[in-house]
Design a protein around this ligand. Sequence first.
Ligand code: SF4
Ligand code: SF4
Length: 137
Amino acid sequence: MKGIITGMRLTLSHLFDKPITRQYPKEKPVMKDRFRGRVGLVRSRETGELKCVACGLCAKACPDNIIHIVPGTGDPEKGEKKKFPREYTIDISRCMYCGYCVEACPFGALTMTHEYELATYDKNDLIYTIDKIVVDI
Ligand code: SF4
Ligand code: SF4
């Protein structure tokens, strides 16, 4: 009997509380600053260029070996970067969001974004190329 009364008291104490259910996906949660969503390749808003110099340290640091970079070389006399990523792909389907790649980059060229809605019907869509992964910061 005591248990029933305690349970009823608890139930009644919440009777007039506001609902806490979130109507996702119409209402999206605001992610915390340190939330780790998919990896983003940083493009500078000031220069309009990727910060990446294709050194390959992020690929080496990735425990899942899902980062692949094809470096390209530019002509600095023409204002081009000496080294840049001609291709940069991440297989997001195998990413475990550890952030090691971001930590390994000495140029701040990678970031963990707040993007988490990555569902797709075709897993090949989860191999992100530069145009899909780039973020302007
Ligand atoms: S977050 Fe981790 S698993 Fe994902 S690409 Fe970076 S190092 Fe690899
Ligand atoms: S560690 Fe940074 S600069 Fe080097 S390839 Fe990766 S993203 Fe580019």
